[in-house]
Design a binder for this molecule. Structure first.
Ligand code: UD1
Ligand code: MG
Length: 457
């Protein structure tokens, strides 16, 4: 969307006591991204010219997370947690700019879409409202403020704790997001008092303040899915479910095949090429990019991985951060890849650990191969050239280099570098004893017979 003279204020200073968590509520994640991150993403998409975020004292982690998504967001500290209107006033300097519209968004409402933020701003900029509230009709209105209307006029918003029996029966609830005219925002917010059940300065009281000044108020409606607020872990799980449905639908629409989409879990930043096939029960963590024609088979778990075109992953594969899987490479069952590049056409088809490694193009990693990258103190790298063949059950002790075309015999413990086209055999030599098997059998049978005699006697 094109940038307009909109000041956004994201409120993220609440304690989130209902989460019962050591982590601030807005840093809890859905679909691999913090609640705050989702809201900042929507804010960025709305084309606002200025973004402020209100954080609690000492919450550098929250400020940092906001800046991850909107680098030029200004952080303001709300020293005391005295309510949502009080929180907006913490961003006083931003309000003094008198933007055409000020839109307040709650960091605990992660599914909000950029268009909705823009529609609210437009209700002020084009619609001439001093206050535009966002409403919705949740299945369970418990805990939400109710919109008191007269015809198409919005008179007030009543918090549940202050509402009468009749007001609690109102289905139209406050989503929290609100747009104020830039010219009226400061005087309206400063006039809000705390004479209510919670002794807090309520942002929703901006409506009654505008009405008292004979200014225009209005509301827009959004779907209950889009504006659900997260105050506890049950709502966090509900938001996860809704967001997963949204992400799956987007992936399907973009040309991804999923045989059982309801069993696939995506992250907000998962990227897919065309004609990707995802079998049932695959989990995507943050920062995964999947190229064209990639197949990801069942029960795979991927995080921080880049997969190039035509690769095949799984079933039961684990790709950890820093995994780069080249074009047409195969990562099979029970293979774990961490901070490792697997070259074009290379294969690790069964039971392997590739950590801090480079595997050259067309190399073959046999079943049971382990890169021993950690000595208890530091991590070391294993570098394999192109066309290397590593026999099954090999232990590659890093730091180690195995040059192009080299061959590692099955069952080897490789501790020294291997030159190009060389054969490394790192295991004890086998001896075969003629008739030794028969002798052993006779010997063991005799022992067993002697034991039987003892227990009988
Ligand atoms: C709020 C609304 C309610 C609405 C609901 C929608 C108020 C008084 N009530 O209630 O009408 O139906 O959201 O989800 O606004 N925050 C601060 N500083 C504070 C208090 C809150 O930054 O002093 C932030 C919180 O981090 C959160 C947001 O403001 O992101 C909303 O606060 P919360 O306590 O969740 O309000 P609700 O009780 O959900
Ligand atoms: Mg809330």
């Amino acid at each position: 969307m094109t940038a307009a003279d909109i000041q956004i204020v994201v409120l993220a200073a609440g304690e989130g006591t209902r989460m019962k968590s050591a982590l601030p509520k807005v840093l809890h994640k859905v679909a691999g991204r913090s609640l705050l991150g989702h809201v900042m993403g929507a804010v960025a998409g709305a084309g606002a010219s200025h973004v402020a975020v209100v954080i609690g004292p000492g919450r550098d982690d929250v400020a940092k997370e906001a800046a991850q998504h909107v680098p030029n967001a200004e952080a303001f500290v709300q020293a005391e947690r005295l309510g949502t209107a009080h929180a907006v006033l913490a961003a006083r300097r931003a309000l003094e700019r008198r933007a055409a519209a000020v839109v307040i968004a709650f960091a605990d409402t992660p599914l909000v879409r950029p268009q909705t933020i823009r529609r609210l701003a437009d209700a002020v900029i084009d619609g001439g409202a001093a206050v535009a509230a966002l409403a919705f009709r949740p299945a369970d209105p418990k805990g939400y403020g109710r919109l008191i209307t007269e015809g198409d006029r919005l008179i007030a918003i009543r918090e549940e704790k202050d509402a009468s029996e009749a007001e609690r029966a109102i289905a139209l609830c406050n989503a929290g997001l609100m747009a104020l005219s830039g010219a009226e925002a400061l005087p309206i917010l400063e006039a809000i008092g705390n004479d209510n059940a919670q002794r807090e300065y309520y942002l929703p009281d901006a409506v009654a303040q505008a009405v008292a000044r004979n200014l225009k108020t209005t509301w827009l409606e959004a779907s209950a899915e889009e504006v659900m607020g997260i105050n506890d872990r049950a709502q966090l799980a509900a938001a996860e479910r809704l967001l997963q449905e949204r992400l799956r639908a987007e992936a399907l629409a973009a040309g991804v095949t999923m045989t059982a989409p309801e069993t696939v879990f995506l992250a907000a930043d998962t990227r897919f090429g065309r004609d990707v096939v995802i079998e049932p029960h695959v989990v995507f963590g943050e920062k995964v990019a999947v190229g064209d024609n990639v197949t990801i088979r069942s029960f795979s778990h991927l995080e921080g991985a880049v997969i190039e075109a035509d690769a095949r992953i799984g079933p039961y594969a684990r790709l950890r951060p820093g995994a780069k899987i080249g074009r047409d490479a195969h990562i099979g069952n029970f293979v774990e890849v961490k901070e490792a590049t697997v070259g074009e056409g290379a294969k690790a088809n069964h039971f392997a650990y590739l950590g801090d490694a480079v595997v050259g193009a067309r190399s073959n990693i046999g079943a049971g191969t382990i890169t021993c990258n950690y000595d208890g103190f530091a991590k070391h790298r294993t570098e394999l050239g192109a066309g290397v063949f590593v026999g099954s059950n090999s232990t590659l002790v890093a730091p180690l280099r195995i040059a192009n075309g080299a061959y590692v015999a099955a069952g080897s413990v490789v501790t020294r570098d291997v030159a190009e086209d060389a054969l490394a055999i790192g295991r004890s030599r086998q001896t075969n004893k003629e008739n030794g098997g028969a002798k052993l059998r006779t010997h063991l049978a005799a022992i067993k017979e002697a034991q039987k005699g003892k227990t009988k006697g």
